[in-house]
Each structure stands twice: as C-alpha cells, then as structure tokens.
Design a binder for this molecule. Structure first.
Ligand code: SF4
Ligand code: FES
Length: 256
C-alpha cells in the first residue's frame, strides 16, 4: 500500500507569503434611546460594532444588545422581512432593519423609532393608533347572506386587480413616513387605505360601500397629499400611492 507523501518543502526564497488575517471592520450605531423609567427626553448613544459585508442592520443591533448593552429595546421576530416588526428610521428613512445591509450605510448609522406614534422605549412605539385605523376599514371579507355551497370562484384577472395590496405585512413604514400622519395622528394613513383597497377591489367582497363610508371621512383618503413617501418606504414594493389614488377614484365614481 502506498502512502501519500507531503509535497517537498519549498526553499525559503520561494515560500508563498502568509495572507494577513482579515482586519475587522467597524461601524458606529448611533441610536436614539429613551427609557420612560429614567428619562424625561430621548438622547443619543453610540456603539462601535464590528461587521461583515453580509451583515444586516438587525445583526448589528443584535450585537449591541447581546454584547454591549442588554437594555437596548427593539422589536424583531422573523429576521426575513415577513413579520413587519422591525420598521425603524435608518439614516432618516423608514426601513426594516432585517432587510438593510450595513455596508453602504456609512461609518456612522443613525437609528431612530418610526415617527408619529408614541415611543414606549428606545425603538419601540405604541402601534395601537396604527391598528385602530386598520381595524376601522374592516380588513376582512364581508358577504351578505347567500353563502355559496362551494368555494367563491374568482378569475385570474379579478384576482390580479388587488394582488399588489395583498402583500402588506403591516410594518407601518408607510404610515409613519407620511407628513400628514406626523402632523395629525387621526389621519387613517396609507397602510389602512392599502388594506381597504385589498378588499374593496376583491370581486368576492360585498363590503365596499361600508369601507367607502369610512374612508370618505374627514380623516380618510382625502387627507393624502400624494408625497410618495409611503411608496418609497414600503419594504414590500407595494405601489401605495397608486392604491390610494384608486380608492379616491372609486369614491368619486362609485366604480370598483
Ligand atoms: S403598505 Fe408596505 S409599508 Fe405600508 S404597512 Fe404595508 S408593507 Fe408596510
Ligand atoms: S424581523 Fe420580521 S420583518 Fe424584520
């Protein structure tokens, strides 16, 4: 049986240079902190964080929480852009922390809670006003009697009519990027209108008139000033402003 031999050692002059261990790259997370038990006002705190080019901002926040300051408080769950729980202002724009790569955000990254909702602690806001508006548009299928004995059929064209707005994950990035919502928290906001759209244009639904009534209110669709912030902020790529415009048109012409 032959035994594999190690290759002969290279003469010293031909030895390949050992590559230097990769240098750890660092960024600074500058986070707006607020603890209602100790603080009267929010303040900024900075944390140096090592990072890898494939790290997302959520990884960096987890690093701070697990290694530097366990009191840092923020919501997250799925880490894959599905649950919608980690919307925050990152360098001044609303994004999901789990969908943004750290590289490309600069050496110092500013992180704040989303705007227009009461801050409970650090990056956590009270989402109740947001969900109150969501509930007001009755985001579920409404039918008035005549229950079908089989499934409710729908053509592919009818389904396509509201496909975009089915993708909403209720992250609130759109509503809390809207200047009208910042100035008047009683405006329903884009997310509620998106979710109304999802059912208003569903051929199987019979509650469009009821939803229209709600959205025709002073705080409803007419408050929208078409700033497009909502469309830019949506992590699901929903054409939020277009959906709002379609609801406005449906209200004007009663066609849906
Ligand atoms: S429309 Fe987009 S930004 Fe607004 S709540 Fe839904 S997923 Fe989030
Ligand atoms: S943690 Fe679920 S969407 Fe980011």
């Amino acid at each position: 049986m032959s035994i594999a031999e190690a290759p002969p050692a290279e003469p010293e002059s031909q030895a390949r240079p050992q590559s230097a261990p990769p240098q750890e790259r660092m960024i600074t997370l500058k986070i707006r902190r607020f603890n209602p038990e100790h603080d009267t006002d929010p303040h900024w705190e900075s944390y140096p964080v090592p990072f890898d080019p494939s790290d997302r901002l959520l990884d960096a926040l987890n690093y701070v929480k697990w290694n530097l300051d366990g009191s840092l408080t923020f919501r997250r769950s799925c880490a894959h852009g599905i649950c919608g729980s980690d919307a925050m202002r990152i360098n001044g724009v609303n994004r999901l922390a789990c969908k943004v790569l750290v590289k490309g955000l600069g050496d110092t990254i500013l992180i704040e809670p989303i705007k227009g909702l009461p801050v409970e602690k650090d990056l956590i806001v009270n989402m109740e006003p947001f969900f109150e508006a969501y509930r007001a548009v009755q985001p579920y299928l409404i039918s008035h009697g005549h229950e079908p004995t089989k499934e409710r059929l729908q053509s592919a064209t009818e389904r396509a009519r509201f496909d975009d707005t089915t993708k909403c994950i209720l992250c609130a990035a759109c509503t809390t990027s809207c200047p009208v919502f910042w100035n008047d928290g009683s405006y329903f906001g884009p997310a509620a209108i998106v979710n109304a759209h999802r059912f208003i244009f569903d051929s199987r639904d019979e509650g469009a008139e009821e939803r229209m009534e709600v959205l025709n209110d002073r705080e409803g669709v007419w408050r929208c000033r078409t700033t497009f912030n909502c469309t830019d902020a949506c992590p699901r790529g929903i054409e939020v402003t277009k959906a709002i415009a379609e609801v406005k048109r449906a209200l004007l012409f009663r066609r849906f």
